[in-house]
Design a protein around this ligand. Structure first.
Ligand code: PLP
Length: 373
C-alpha cells in the first residue's frame, strides 16, 4: 500500500500539484478568512471568557459528551440556533460542526436519485461532495451564467425535486452571484435555491447579515448556509430554512446525526461573535474603502481579489517573492482551480491599512512584470 501511495504522490509532485502543509510566519495577512479581524479581537476573547464565567455551572464546557440526538444537546444550543435564524430572517436553523459538514449533510439529506441538482461551476468542494453523496443527477452551469442555467432548467424534464446550488460570494475570484435572477429562475422553474453565504456573512449586507439579506430575498431561498469560521472569527456553521427542513436534517443528515456536537465553549464563542459583528460597521466601511485600490488590477468588487498568473510554478514563485517582502498571500494552484486559471487570492481585512495595500500592489506589479518577461 505504501508503495502505491508513494507512486501516487510522486505523480502529483511531477505535475506540480503536490499539496504540503505550511506554518505561518509573522507577516501582513492578505490570506486568511478572518475578514473582520475577530479572531485577534480582545473584545471577543473577553466576551467569551465572561460568558464562560456566567455559565460556570456547565460541566461539559470543553466537550459536549455526545451527538445532539443523544447527550450533546442543550437549551443553550437550541436558543442559539433560534436566535441566529431570527437574526437572518428565517423560521429555523440547525447548527453543524462546520460548513463542510453542513453542505455535505444538507445535500445528501434532501436530494435523492431521481432528483436533479444544478450547480455553479465554481461551488465549493463541500457542495460537490454533498451532491455526490445524494446520488441525484447533477449538472454544472458556467459560472454566474444565467442563460446557461436557464437552458439547463428548460431541457430537464423532472417529475421529482430540482435544486440550484450557488454561493452568494465566490471564494476563488470574489464574484457575487446574480441573486435576483437566480430567485426568478428558481421560481419560474420550480427549483429549490440553496445559497452558501460563507464568504459574505459578516462583511456584506445590513449589519453583516449577508448578500441575501442585502436584497431582502430570504423568502425565496430554500436553504442558506452560514459558516462561522471566516468573518465571524470562530468555528461551526448553521443551515437556515423552514422548520420542516430543520426536522428533515435532524432525521436524515448523517454529518449531523453521527458526530459529537459542538461543545459549550464553541457555542459561547459563536453567541459572542453574533453580539459583536453586527456592530462593526466602521470596520466594514474601512474594508470596503480598500477594494477600489485594486482597480484596474482585478475586476472584483469585493474583499476577495484574484490576481491571475498562469501556471503552478509561476504562481508559487510570485507568492514566495511576496512572502520575502513580508506579505502572506496564498496561491490557488491547479487542481484546486482549473489549469490555466491559477491565481493569487488576495483577501482584504478590516485590519489591513491603505499603506499595506498600496505597497502590496507595487510588489504585485513587479511579480507580473517578472512573469511577462
Ligand atoms: C463556500 C464555502 N462553503 C463551505 C466551506 C466550509 O466551511 P468550514 O470551513 O466551516 O468547513 C468553505 C470553506 O472554505 C467555503 O469556502
Amino acid at each position: 500500500m505504501t508503495a502505491l501511495l508513494d507512486n501516487k504522490l510522486a505523480k502529483r509532485k511531477k505535475h506540480g500539484h503536490l499539496r504540503q502543509l505550511q506554518t505561518r510566519t509573522p507577516s501582513i495577512d492578505f490570506a486568511s478568512n478572518d475578514y473582520l479581524g475577530l479572531v485577534r479581537s480582545p473584545a471577543l476573547i473577553k466576551r467569551v471568557s465572561q460568558e464562560c464565567q456566567r455559565h460556570k455551572n456547565i460541566i461539559n464546557c470543553l466537550g459536549s459528551t455526545g451527538s445532539r440526538l443523544l447527550t450533546g444537546n442543550s437549551l443553550y444550543a437550541q436558543d442559539l440556533e433560534d436566535n441566529i435564524a431570527a437574526f437572518h430572517g428565517y423560521a429555523a436553523g440547525l447548527l453543524f460542526n462546520c460548513g463542510y459538514m453542513a453542505n455535505v449533510g444538507l445535500l445528501s439529506a434532501i436530494a435523492d436519485s431521481g432528483d436533479i441538482i444544478f450547480f455553479d461551476a465554481q461551488v465549493h468542494a463541500s457542495t460537490r461532495d454533498g451532491i455526490r453523496l445524494s446520488r441525484a443527477k447533477a449538472f454544472p452551469f458556467r459560472h454566474n451564467d444565467m442563460a446557461h442555467l436557464e437552458s439547463r432548467l428548460k431541457n430537464s424534464s423532472c417529475q421529482r425535486s430540482r435544486f440550484i446550488c450557488i454561493e452568494s460570494l465566490y471564494s476563488t475570484d470574489g464574484s457575487k452571484a446574480p441573486l435576483q435572477k437566480l430567485c426568478h429562475l428558481s421560481r419560474e422553474y420550480e427549483a429549490h435555491l440553496i445559497v452558501d453565504e460563507a464568504h459574505a456573512i459578516g462583511v456584506w449586507g445590513p449589519q453583516g447579515r449577508g448578500l441575501v439579506a442585502e436584497q431582502g430575498l430570504m423568502g425565496h431561498i430554500f436553504a442558506q448556509i452560514v459558516t462561522f469560521g471566516k468573518a465571524l472569527g470562530t468555528y461551526g456553521a448553521i443551515v437556515l430554512g423552514s422548520p420542516t427542513l430543520k426536522q428533515a436534517l435532524v432525521n436524515f443528515a448523517r454529518s449531523y446525526i453521527y458526530t459529537t456536537a459542538l461543545p459549550f465553549i464553541s457555542l459561547a464563542a459563536i453567541k459572542c461573535s453574533y453580539e459583536l459583528f453586527p456592530n462593526l460597521d466602521n470596520k466594514r466601511t474601512h474594508l470596503c474603502k480598500l477594494i477600489p485600490l485594486f482597480c484596474p488590477f482585478s475586476c472584483s468588487d469585493t474583499h476577495i481579489q484574484p490576481i491571475l498568473i498562469k501556471g503552478n510554478n509561476a504562481i508559487r514563485q510570485a507568492a514566495r517573492l511576496l512572502a520575502q517582502e513580508g506579505f502572506d498571500v496564498r496561491p490557488l494552484t491547479s487542481p484546486t482551480v482549473r489549469q490555466g486559471h491559477e491565481m493569487l487570492r488576495i483577501c482584504l481585512h478590516a485590519f489591513n491599512t491603505t499603506h499595506e495595500v498600496v505597497t502590496l500592489l507595487e510588489h504585485l506589479k513587479i511579480c507580473r512584470h517578472l512573469h511577462d518577461r
